[in-house]
Design a binder for this molecule. Structure first.
Ligand SMILES: [Cu+2]
Length: 151
């Protein structure tokens, strides 16, 4: 190897760590896509109503809380059979969202509960919901109110 070739080799080696440092880390900010949101219509004066949607997280995440200005509070609920009776309970730990997997909150399963609605949950109304996640930034959507059994 000639001296000039050695110098080129040394120069290339010297620039390698710099090049590695200059490249930004290949990380995309976590994001959760929200689709198909709706709330079930409830009779005037109903104490609570259910809202449903599908969440797809770009990286493993967790739905930790829900807020709405349209009700006293909102909770993440799940339903399960308890001695032959369907019961719902609050998921105080939140709802896990596996990476790239659509998680559907739907009637009879996981859902969002708006408790003490301040608006009539009537067809044509909509419920603003802010979803908070462990990693991804919060997402605010407007869920239209649809008739029972509606899609
Ligand atoms: Cu519920």
């Amino acid at each position: 190897m000639t001296l000039s070739k050695l110098m080129i080799a040394a120069a290339v080696l010297a620039t390698l760590p710099l090049a590695a440092q200059a490249a930004p880390p290949a990380r995309v900010a976590p994001k959760v896509a929200v689709e198909g949101a709706w709330c079930r219509a409830a009779p005037k004066g109903a104490p609570a109503g259910g809202c449903y949607l599908t969440l797809t997280a770009s990286a493993a995440d967790q739905l930790v809380s829900v807020e709405t200005p349209a009700a006293a509070r909102a909770e993440i609920h799940t339903m399960s059979m308890d001695g032959g009776v369907m019961r719902m309970r609050k998921l105080s730990e939140g709802l896990p969202l596996p990476a790239g997997q659509a998680v559907a909150l739907k009637p009879g399963a996981e859902h969002l509960m708006v408790i003490g609605p301040k608006i009539d949950l009537a067809v044509g109304a909509s419920v603003p919901l802010t979803l908070r996640f462990k990693s991804a930034p919060p997402v605010t959507i407007n869920a239209p109110v649809k008739a029972v059994g509606g899609k």
